[in-house]
Design a protein around this ligand. Structure first.
Ligand code: PLP
Length: 238
């Protein structure tokens, strides 16, 4: 960790906190209504430690291979897993993360529940909601590909709520490329408020990334997931 990198991360963090605060003020929400989750994918453990030293308490990864290396090396953060998850990696995520943002099918719920019970852990689970209906037709690719259609949220929510070792925490979404973020996150807010009327404890909305956090905060995001704005440009992993 060079002094300049530390300085850079500190400056980025300050700028990001200012953006979050301004968005909260504009939305008439308290400044502490939104939790920053630093997405450290592709960045080294030295950056992870520097962020924690700067006061970032919540960190996230989108690949199981990276999570299982970084999380045990930084136990004083709360770890979030935000990527698509295969059932055979469920146990590793249960061991290394406290929050999973990407529950999208009932077969995964079964695998997670079994692993959580066997590991003696409780995993907070957010349902990843597909906002594909707000994107250009047929254009859902990459990160916005995943997720359960809004109509199927009640059934998946009931499965998580009934599962031992899992706690239903709320919803997560990625605005599709080419969508109007306000429309997409407005749709997510509607899904979230329906979910809360059935499950009052499921009150988290994980929405907003470096490019669209202001729109997400306008529509009730409680957790923003920030990579580039905090850490800089990513070099893609192979
Ligand atoms: C990488 C990633 C982010 C962070 O994206 P940035 O545009 O770098 O802020 C957020 N959510 C998920 C699911 C991601 O994979």
């Amino acid at each position: 960790m060079t002094a300049t990198r530390e300085q850079e991360l500190g400056d980025n963090l300050e700028a990001v906190r200012e953006r979050i605060e301004a968005a909260c003020v504009a939305a008439g929400r308290p400044a502490d209504a939104v939790t920053l989750v630093g997405i450290t994918k592709t960045f080294p453990i030295s950056d992870v430690r520097a962020l924690v030293a700067l006061g970032v308490r919540d960190l996230g990864e989108n690949r199981e291979q990276e999570l299982k290396v970084k999380a045990p090396n930084c136990l004083d953060a709360t770890w979030h897993f935000v990527g698509q998850l295969q059932s055979n990696k469920a146990r590793s995520v249960v061991r290394n993360a406290s929050v999973l943002h990407s529950v999208d099918r009932s077969s995964l719920v079964k695998a997670l529940s079994r692993a959580a019970v066997e590991e003696g852990r409780v995993l907070r689970c957010l349902l990843q909601v597909s906002l594909a209906e707000y994107g250009p037709a047929g254009a859902a690719t990459g990160m916005s590909r995943g997720g359960v259609p809004p109509a199927d949220v009640p059934e998946l929510a009931a499965a998580v709520a009934a599962a031992d070792g899992l706690e239903l925490g709320g919803v997560m979404a990625v605005a599709p490329l080419g969508s109007d973020a306000d429309e997409a996150f407005g749709g997510l807010e509607t899904v979230a408020s329906r979910l809360r009327s059935e499950h009052p404890g499921a009150d988290w909305i994980s929405a907003g990334m470096s490019g669209d956090l202001e729109a997400a905060i306008r529509y009730g995001a409680t957790h923003v997931r920030l990579g580039r704005a905090l850490l800089g440009t990513r070099t893609p992993l192979g």
